[in-house]
Design a protein around this ligand. Structure first.
Ligand code: TYD
Ligand code: MG
Length: 453
């Protein structure tokens, strides 16, 4: 056992193999398997060799004193919302995103916000020199914020620095640039990323410091060395943008201390990221609601209602197998909806190409969007716009039944707030200010839409 053994590790999912392969059997990705030296230092791991040396840990009751940890507010409402109401001491977060989306900009703003609020904050960059970060800080008007700034990539140096400086919050930009000198593998490999993340998370838990790791996303849209880091941290957030648009969405995909699927919305301006406190206005700002094939959906993102536009285009097809294309929604869900429209409402989409798009780069995963998608499809098929200022939501079952969805009052209230006049909804929704059309099944809704056209 003298020399470290060589293993082949999938850089996407972390699966380990004894020989190289073109395709990872675990995650199905191509060309992601690379040679890595094993973790074990030469001479083997220095463990005690038996279980006798351990120290007994105390077993506690579930009841105990529940001390509500004070969270560190960053002063940035959208960020605080996405992370579940401020940062929890001792927790670790991962913020992932494409290069250039604005991760460094966001986290510098967050660092400054924390520091100004009295939280001792360190910002450690492995990607940029301190001079570059200072320039950015100046441009953002943050140069006076008392952030501890450092450039470094050595894990050992960073941990030593943190032990000395004892910050309450630390931002590492990015985890892929760090390297631990105990490992022969190159920075950015799964082994290095995992080891560095593990060490830093351990440090954060031991010292009750909040750790924010920045991670890059690969071409395939995954965090490099993704699964391994995602399991180690308490919260995973993705920072996303839509090509050619200035707004950004910070989306919580995992959060031990708050609601997952919560989003924070920002606008990238010349002076950094600006909070967008009313995303519905942003997503609806460019809609043409009086054309056919457009329906406004009242969705729930995390804990807040967000309105967005669902667009459909149904056109006669010249192809044997007509096209179905979906952006921002689930394609299996579209197939199901088309089948229901066919079987329960007698509408034949079989000789039509069908395109469905959620405007503004939003991604919808809620079944509650069925009614909006169906309304958009029917409106496009009949080439008749929906009545103006109409909002819709509701799940459609295979039987064609329109089912109630969670938080219907909140959805209706958001529609009213934004000046909408009528609602197409499942039974159970009432409103004094809006005209409400309740439907038990989709066929009824189709009849109504036809009449309204
Ligand atoms: P950056 O935060 O460096 O992205 P990441 O860390 O995710 O790679 O942001 C880079 C982009 O943001 C760059 O294209 C310039 C743009 N930007 C602005 O539009 N306004 C600003 O105030 C700043 C600092 C950057
Ligand atoms: Mg960066």
């Amino acid at each position: 056992m003298a020399r470290p053994s060589e293993t082949y590790v999938c850089q996407s999912c972390g699966a380990v193999y004894s020989k190289w392969m073109g395709r990872c059997e675990a995650c199905g990705q191509w060309n992601t398997i690379e040679l890595e030296q094993d973790n074990a230092p030469p001479g083997g791991l220095k463990t005690s060799g038996n279980a006798k040396g351990g120290k007994a840990i105390t077993l506690d009751s579930l009841e105990g004193e529940a001390k509500a940890e004070a969270r560190y507010a960053t002063g940035n409402g959208e960020f605080d919302r996405a992370v579940g109401g401020g940062l929890v001491p001792g927790s670790a977060l991962l913020v992932g995103g494409d290069p250039g989306v604005g991760k460094s900009t966001l986290l510098l703003q967050i660092a400054a916000g924390l520091a100004r609020g009295g939280t001792r904050t360190a910002y450690i960059s492995g990607e940029e020199a301190t001079a570059q970060i200072r320039m950015r800080a100046k441009r953002l008007g943050l140069q006076k914020a008392p952030v501890g700034l450092a450039a470094g990539t050595s894990l050992r140096d960073i941990i030593t620095t943190l032990k000395k400086e004892k910050p309450q919050a630390v931002i590492i930009d990015s985890i892929q640039t760090l390297w631990s000198d105990t490992l022969p593998a190159a920075p950015g490999t799964v082994t290095q990323v995992r080891t560095c993340a593990q060490e830093l998370v351990r440090f954060a838990k031991n010292t009750n410091c909040t750790l924010i790791l920045v991670g890059h996303v690969t071409k395939e849209g995954q965090l490099a060395g993704p699964r391994v880091v995602e399991h180690l941290v308490d919260a995973v957030l993705y920072f996303e943008s839509e090509a050619g648009r200035s707004f950004r969405i910070l989306r919580a995909v995992k959060n031990r201390f708050g609601a997952a699927h919560e989003i924070g919305v920002f606008d990238m301006t010349g002076a950094g990221l600006r909070e967008v406190t009313n995303p519905s206005e942003l997503f609806l700002s460019e809609t043409d609601q009086d054309v056919s094939g457009s329906a406004v959906f009242a969705g729930i993102e995390g804990t807040r209602p967000v309105l967005c536009e669902v667009q459909a285009l149904v056109s006669p097809s010249t192809l044997g197998a007509p096209r179905r294309a979906v952006v921002g929604w689930d394609s299996a869900r579209l197939s199901q909806l088309l089948a229901v429209l066919d079987a329960r409402c007698g509408l034949d989409f079989g000789r039509h190409d069908v395109f469905l798009n959620v405007a503004g780069g939003m991604k919808i995963s809620e079944p509650a969007a069925d009614m909006a998608a169906a309304s958009a499809l029917v409106s496009s098929l009949f080439d008749a716009p929906l009545p103006p200022k109409t909002v819709t939501f509701g799940e459609v079952g295979l039987s064609g039944a329109v089912r109630p969805v969670p938080q219907m009052e909140a959805r209706a209230a958001e529609a009213q707030k934004l000046g909408f006049k009528s609602l197409l909804t499942p039974r159970g929704v009432e409103s004094r200010k809006l005209e409400v059309m309740n439907f038990d099944n989709l066929a009824e809704a189709v009849v109504w839409l036809k009449k309204a056209a």
